[in-house]
Design a protein around this ligand. Structure first.
Ligand SMILES: Cc1cc2nc3c(=O)[nH]c(=O)nc-3n(C[C@H](O)[C@H](O)[C@H](O)COP(=O)(O)O)c2cc1C
Length: 344
């Protein structure tokens, strides 16, 4: 097993066996206003929308998480079955491992076996910096081909890199690397944080670079500082265990990141809210504070690790809860929710 493969296995195991969530959840403080007279049927609530040019039955993204290890293939298959069943978007995890070892490509490519309406490939900004402009375009093209993607996610994870002993902590040239990829790459690019959030200022830089969408990946859910702290503890690396604990709750709370990002980019860039969403009510909260779509990481990851039926069931429940929240706020469509006035 290569070191990347081992790290992917560690991430799966640590996320399933340990509590690596933020120590509180910011969605609890977002309250929606009840409408006692909605004047339409719950069954008539319409969640249909478009994201990154693709039609979805609900404004939901299963965020990019895994691939690169045998167990990841099964989890990606189960997630893809759920995404296809409910016609929502899905990403795969960082595809770097498959460039080191071609035999790992099917652990990501399994997503192609299902009719997922929006498939999102995934690479990390640290790799774009390392590869340079030309090799980055080549890798981006291969990543998209591997999963027959409609969009490419570039993840930002300098919190995690700071806590990893083998971490890539030189962010110099990141903006230029992104700009040069966006300029020539024809597939739309989504930039995503992975749990520490996007501020209004960073969102402006991303909008200027020409990205099509931003997933704010804020604080409140899975903490990669926590994950890396646990990994460090397992190998008796006291330094990184300690740094990981100290930065466990680092980051911009997801609701705040969504509001700042929306304000910074207006309607030019699509905004996805990921980080700490636990159910469909949290999706309604996320849309009410300004997101176009709601992203789910660990909730769907844990369901998919149990099996395909559990993944389909969990996503179905999330969608039902989201519909219920729209009904109870008196919004028959997403447009009505986005118009505002539903925050308490
Ligand atoms: C096991 C696991 C692996 C992940 N790997 C990646 C990855 O390779 N690339 C990426 O962009 N995000 C990755 N993420 C981050 C998620 O996409 C998401 O941003 C994060 O889990 C926060 O969402 P949550 O609070 O709903 O879990 C991973 C998350 C989990 C739980």
């Amino acid at each position: 097993m290569t070191s990347i493969q081992q790290r992917k296995e560690d991430h799966i195991r640590i996320n399933l066996e340990n509590d690596v969530q933020a120590s509180s959840n910011p969605w609890d403080s977002v309250r929606l206003r009840h409408n006692a007279l909605p004047e339409f049927a719950l069954a008539d609530v319409d969640l249909g929308t478009r994201l990154l040019g693709r039609k979805l039955a609900a404004p939901i993204v299963i965020t990019g998480m895994t691939g690169g290890a045998p167990r990841a293939q099964e989890i990606n298959r189960n997630l893809a079955m759920a995404a296809a069943h409910h016609q929502v978007a899905m990403g795969v995890g960082s595809q770097r491992a498959a460039f080191r070892d071609e035999s790992l490509a099917p652990t990501y490519g399994v997503i192609k076996e299902h009719d997922v309406p929006l498939r999102i490939a995934n690479l990390g900004l640290p790799q774009l910096i390392e590869w340079g402009p030309e090799a980055s375009i080549d890798h981006a093209r291969r990543a998209v081909e591997m999963v027959d993607a409609h969009a490419l996610a570039i993840h930002l994870n300098f919190l995690q890199e700071s806590v990893m002993p083998e971490g890539d902590t030189d962010a110099t040239g990141g903006i230029a690397a992104l700009e040069s990829l966006v300029k020539v790459f024809r597939v739309p690019i989504l930039v995503k944080e992975t749990g520490a959030g996007i501020s209004g200022n960073v969102a402006k830089v991303l909008a200027r670079a020409g990205v099509a969408a931003i997933d704010v990946g804020g604080w409140g859910g899975t903490s990669f500082s926590a994950v890396e702290s646990v990994r460090a503890r397992e190998v008796a690396d006291e330094v990184h265990e300690r740094i990981g604990k100290t930065f466990w709750d680092w980051g911009i709370p997801t609701p705040q990141a969504v509001a700042e990002t929306r304000q910074a980019v207006g309607s030019k860039v699509e905004v996805v809210a990921t980080g700490g969403l636990r159910n469909g009510l949290d999706a309604a909260r996320a849309l009410a504070v300004g997101a176009d779509a709601a992203g789910y990481g660990s909730v769907m990851f844990k369901a998919a690790a149990k099996g395909p039926d559990e993944a389909v069931r969990e996503l179905g429940l999330i969608i039902e809860e989201l519909k219920t929240a729209l009904f109870l706020t008196g919004c028959a469509t997403l447009e009505q929710l986005w118009k505002g006035g539903v925050l308490s």
